[in-house]
Every structure is written in structure tokens, then in C-alpha cells.
Design a protein around this ligand. Sequence first.
Ligand SMILES: [Cu+2]
Length: 166
Amino acid sequence: MFSKRLALVASAFVLGACGGGEKAPEAAPPAADAAAAPATAAPTATGTAMPITGKTIEVKMVMEGTAYKFDPANVTAKAGDGIKFIMVSGGPHNVAFEVAKIPADVKGQLDANFGTDRMAELASGLKMNPGESFTLSLGGIKPGAYEFHCTPHLAMNMKGMLTVTP
Ligand SMILES: [Cu+2]
């Protein structure tokens, strides 16, 4: 089980490396992706989004002094809950999961649940103004611990951990 998952993750990483390596693009997709995809503005998730059926937990995206952070940074939720990420200060912020670290059997559904507010694989659009938000459904997401970060502030360590329980 573990070795099979590892192999899938490894192969996904190799595929991802063709698109330009570990660093996610800031805004525009790499030229190779644009050429391979149909003539749409953003890459399209292949799965079907599943709705929120439980509670919705709020996470603020803030700048405090010189620090950028998710508040809270550690979030525990059940499959079927939703996480509402709210832009408070220091934007633009977004929510992006580490593509290479998300198990293959979670990646498809998680990516689909970004819906239309998705600027890249497992990455939400940028939130510029206070009050703007992005709500991620955890419908159909298998239990596990999933790292996420803010793409513009990854180098400033704006990171969090989402733990999904059954
Ligand atoms: Cu940020």
C-alpha cells in the first residue's frame, strides 16, 4: 500500500517536473501547459466537485508585523466540512496545496473541489481585498494531513496544515 502510493506520488512528481519543477508559477501557466491544454484561460480540473455537507470553518489570511500567516494555521475538519479562507490583511493571498505531497487518491477530488476559483492545480485564485474569500469543500476528501501554503508568500513561510478526519 505504502510503496504503491509512493510510486504514484513519485510518478506524479516526475510528470510535474516537465512543467517547470517544484516552484509553482506565480500567475500564468508555463508555455508547455498552455500548448497542451484547450484554448481556455485557466487549466481545468478533471473531476466533479463535491459539495459541503457539514460545518464551515473560517481561517483568516493575515499580515502581522512582518509575518504572513493563516490563522489558525493548523485546521482539523471532517470530510464534508468546508474551509472558508478569508483575506484580512497583507494580500494578495491564496490557498495552494503541495502538488507533489498530496496522495494520488486524494489529488483528483481535492483539485475538483476548487471549482471555478482555481488558478492552477490545487491552487485557488488570489484574494486582493479585505473580505474576499475562498471556500474549499472537503466533500469526498479522504482522511489525512495535507500541507498548504499561500503562493505569493511561500518564501515568507505562510503555510498551514489541514487534517481531515473521517
Ligand atoms: Cu499570502
